[in-house]
Design a protein around this ligand. Sequence first.
Ligand code: NAI
Length: 333
Amino acid sequence: MTYDVTLIPGDGIGPEVSEAAVRVVEATGVSVNWHRVDAGAECVAKYGTPVPDEVVSSIINNRVALKGPITTPIGVGFASANVMLRKRLGLFANIRPAHTMPGVKSRYDNVDLVVIRENSEDLYSGLEHIVIPGVVESLKIITEAACTRIGKYAFEYARRNRRKKVTAVHKANIMKLADGLFLECLRRAAREAPEIGYEEMIVDATCMNMVLNPERFDVMVMENLYGDILSDLASGLIGGLGLTPSANIGETGAAMFEAVHGSAPDIAGRNIANPIALILSAGLMLKHMAEFEQAARVEAAVQRVLSEGKVRTKDLGGDSTTTEMTDAIIAAL
Ligand code: NAI
């Protein structure tokens, strides 16, 4: 069987780490027909949008996409291609697992948590306007429908993956209505899954607890902005952004896999980026495609290379290149 998969190489370090992930998938023996399409700044110049329709239709047709990071200009310019893609494809859940990796120096030995980030609303609505010069209003949109959907998903995820507890992260002490609604929906979802533990934690206290005692967390579910920030924090706990994969899952059957990290312009084009985050994202993609054995091989190969410690990219304290890391993982397969 040959799978059709949309490949968005992205920009910055995107093309380098995407090539690495494609090579690893090919080395597993899973046959993939890659449909390469571009999104981001270059498309704005050509098509007037960072996400041309052909990108969306390719993912809808293939139902699976592997995506490199895409740069979003800060403060000015076009809207995020990443946010646009997630919205246009209805990819409402962003699953970001972070667990301790063998051989990677980090402060904790036993982190194994999953951040489930609501992907479709919150402050990412992009609704901002100048009320009067010097005063800006930025809208945080929270709906019962989206909170119910992510709440149910978090408990389903916990059940399917034999997880024991869901922590709902919020700021309902201040945003009593918006985050209050989020909590209300989460409590309802928790009542429907009595076999899974449930707790609530205010986002600032969560940050402190993640830094002091991350081993206490299991599945964590939260709104878009908190999820964006706390998942980077989780990456830091296990050795950095070079290691954490993610999956964007939707109701329509489409799914998009990408690293948690961005386009890392500071190291782009130098063949020194760590390709592991996107390689593990490709592993999550294989799992999603029910290629369980090959997905497990990818994860095991990464773990083996990391625990041997001979090949390490700069972010992991070594001087190996992206290509050398990729070659080592393929050899370990
Ligand atoms: P970033 O994640 O690109 O980089 C943060 C730091 O981590 C940098 O020092 C970078 O060198 C390092 N880093 C990231 N990935 C690495 C890897 N694979 N190997 C080694 N080191 C790595 O975050 P930043 O700088 O805030 O964002 C850069 C651009 O990426 C922005 O335009 C942002 O909007 C975009 N971005 C895109 C995302 C996506 O496509 N899903 C996600 C996050 C950011």
